[in-house]
Design a protein around this ligand. Sequence first.
Ligand code: GLA
Length: 530
Amino acid sequence: MHRAVKALCWSFALFLGYALCFHLSPMLAQTDLNGYWRLRTPNANGDGTFRETFFEIQQSGETISGSLIRGKNGIPINGTFKDGAIHFATVPPTPPPPPAGSTAPVRPPQRPVVYDGTFQGGKLVLHTAGRNGASVESEGDKVTKEATLPPAPLPLPALKDLPDNGLAKTPPMGWNSWNKFAGRVDDASVRGMADAMVSSGMSKAGYVYINIDDTWELGRDAQGNIVPNKKFPDMKALADYVHSKGLKIGIYSGPGPKTCAGYEGSFGHEIQDAKTYAAWGIDYLKYDLCSGLDIYKDDAPTLQALYQKMGEALQATGRPIVYSLCEYGRAAVWTGWGTKSGGNLWRTTGDITDKWNSMDKIGFSQLKLAEYAKPGHWNDPDMLEIGNGGMTGDEYRTHMSLWSLLAAPLIAGNDLRDMTDETKSILMNAEVIAIDQDPNYKPVQTLSTNDKIVTLWRPLHDGTIAVAIFNRGDAPADTGFAWSSLPAGFNGKGVKARDLWKHEAVAVSGDSFKTTVPTHGVVLLKVSAK
Ligand code: GLA
């Protein structure tokens, strides 16, 4: 063969070899999904932020298994991968059965999340069903195992008792964005809520804080400063606006790297964030544990140290900032460490929803905690759902009455721009608010209880008592109490009583007070000795 032809043949063979080695083999390797993946999903509210989810994928032929990595645990996944198309779903665990003897219903497992998509150019493009059923597209790339792990814990401060910040002498009153708006809260809605707080009469009734909950965060700038996302173009200007209405403004963060909605947390930036809040003019911080639980131990000393770190940072700013601990009642926060870490209020339960069962269960589980509250340091059974539409008027009157007897923070969670007269009459019942805000706090006590009718009373600073009969049953109840069963000082003849929902005097005659309490409703009285 001619030398030139030979050379040409060799070059062609070499080129073919090169092409095979450097082009085809990665394409073959790319079909191997084994390993760790990070999925970035745009948050549905269009604020330009992404939620990260991590997976471990094991591929065997056309079969996919592995797990969705969730904190210290994982949720198994299974599915298929064929011709570049991937399809898999989570396999949520079966919830544990109710404890022996409990009448609670067996909880159904959560619904699986289904992922469908393709693997192209080294990336996964997956679709899942969003909240309203619309398809949400996420992009996934391969990461190291380390990238899926929570960061190592940071050193925690030595425990000490922080001084009292002198705030929240009565339970805080205000509004918070989460229950109604969740991720849809933005600058315009917060301004609108400040306007409505004043125009509706809520501010006159005592509501003062306008609190932005989760999803305001974008990330950090090159200096590590927290930066709001595009829903909040100018936090300082927004705070100035809220202040111009005679109101105060609150914000939200947490001790972990991520908030509960997956946004930027204060992990390792506590002092810097507290300074930023103070510079913006923030008056209230809700600090939500969430991803802190993936990193730190879930015990009282650890949680105290975590909350103390931010409590101290807030106090060091010199600005009066109400400190709201959101740790879902873990590690008996009410027994002392909530106060020691600088907290003005602390969550005592999981999240409330706008349903009777949720409110009833949370509210009536709080009675034994009332003795731990004190001025400046309150139990927080979560925010109000009044006016959000999921309960009846009677149920919302129970919500307002019970929260007030408990001296719980009254943080409205509805759209203040759009309240029915009934909602206004509940949220702005001055006589009920006065119980909540009583300047000489004394814990609520039980007068009598059975599984449906619960009668509570609470001494008030003016020498009167509040007495409430709650009907937790599913039918109206003819009930009441003997006047002689009231506490000493109120069990003789000649007491006066006033119905705080009907706003009228109650005829005190005979031996007992008789009434009909509507289904899930309340009769709330103020009783004076003469
Ligand atoms: C947790 C809190 C809620 C709310 C959300 C925000 O669930 O308990 O009150 O702040 O986080 O993501």
